[in-house]
Design a protein around this ligand. Structure first.
Ligand SMILES: [Fe+2]
Length: 368
């Protein structure tokens, strides 16, 4: 039901000052392929992600390459360096690499042997490097895993007969890198860039009341009729700029619960969950790795074709999840007041989206 004074979806759409898609983008990326982490202690990071469910596939002098159970391609590279997430890889057609190279006068580079294929190196408006890739190396199939016992339903819906449910604790089996979420300096600049350069479509916007500039945009790839994840890249306005979380897909709820117990038993820091999101519908579970970045296990996300229209919604605490624990101070940043205030103080003297008025509305919305 509409709360008195709150705008309708139609009003939010009419007042919105940014596009939800671009008619003729330069290229259309197909999916997120990998994320590159730089960490001072590569082995510590590799241990966390092994417990998170990724598998160490290759090691070189300069990097560790991790995969999931899929044979598609590597999904994470950990390099030695100051703690940072400087690059991501996205998949595109080989012809798209030629288009980008010609348009921006950039070279088409050869990837490391471990990743394989070729890429063009772009930078988004906030300086995140996006390696648009083609021909990433396929991986060898893993030894077959024993299937999880099926679930018996209620009443006569019993499919597991004379067989007990035994699922020993272990790291979850991860299938793919699904999405990454970042806080950006300018929603307008980022939306223009991701739509015009990479062909991304906004699945859902979220707005603060009375503000025509969205504070969150969930963007998916445009693969025409082929259904794709509700969001592959999401961007938002938040006090701290940069990486907010990246998410990996599991097959089912029991995997997520086993993964949760395993990570808790290893002593890692839980961030938020288990719950079900609203936009994208994923059942989610958020964890912090040792250097403080958040990574998510998720199952049962929505998939859309390019035909699905963009949704327009208000941003508030209820807009983030359908059920599960309330959003935590760890996610909102309210448990890191000094770091948050320092960032806000710096940004108030710039021309980016953080203003005193928007900050007040954000704080009110997140606690409403
Ligand atoms: Fe997520």
């Amino acid at each position: 039901m509409r709360v008195a004074g709150n705008p309708t979806k139609q009003q939010l759409r009419e007042e919105c000052i940014v596009n939800d898609r671009w008619e003729a983008p330069l290229i259309k990326v197909q999916s997120l392929a990998y994320i590159v982490l730089q960490r001072p202690d590569v082995e510590q990071a590799a241990r966390f992600f092994s417990d998170f469910g990724l598998l160490i596939d290759e090691r070189t002098d300069s990097a560790v390459y991790l995969r999931g159970v899929s044979t598609a391609h590597q999904m994470m590279v950990i390099e030695k360096g100051a703690a940072d997430i400087p690059r991501i890889g996205m998949l595109a057609e080989e012809a798209d690499l030629e288009t980008l190279a010609a348009r921006f006068a950039l070279p088409i580079c050869q990837h490391s042997e471990a990743l394989g294929g070729r890429y063009v190196r772009l930078e988004d408006p906030d300086g995140l490097v996006i390696e648009v890739c083609s021909g990433l190396k396929s991986l060898s199939p893993l030894p077959a895993q024993p299937p999880l016992p099926q679930w018996n339903g209620a009443g006569d819906n019993k499919v597991r007969v004379n067989q007990m449910a035994r699922n020993p604790l272990r790291p979850a089996w991860v299938y793919k890198l699904g999405h990454t979420v970042r806080s950006v300096a300018s929603m307008q600049a980022s939306l223009n860039w991701y739509q015009q350069t990479l062909g991304m479509i906004v699945s859902d916007f979220q707005f603060l009341p009375g503000d025509p500039l969205p504070v969150v945009a969930f963007m998916r790839c445009d693969c025409g009729d082929k259904p794709v994840d509700h969001h592959t890249i999401a961007i938002g306005t938040a006090p701290l700029l940069g990486h907010m979380h990246s998410a990996f897909e599991l097959d089912n709820l029991e995997e997520l619960l086993i993964g949760n117990r395993w990570l808790a038993d290893q002593g890692y820091s839980h961030s938020w969950g288990i719950g079900r999101h609203v936009q994208g519908s994923q059942i989610f579970d958020y964890w912090r790795e040792p250097k403080g970045e958040v990574f998510e296990h998720y199952v049962d996300g929505d998939v859309f074709s390019a035909a699905e229209a963009t949704g327009y919604h208000l941003f508030n605490s209820e807009a983030q999840h359908q059920w599960g624990p309330e959003i935590t101070a760890d996610v909102t940043g309210q448990n890191r007041p000094l770091q948050t205030l320092r960032s806000i103080a710096r940004r108030l003297f710039t021309q980016d989206d953080i203003t005193v008025g928007r900050l007040k509305r954000l704080l009110k919305a997140v606690n409403s």
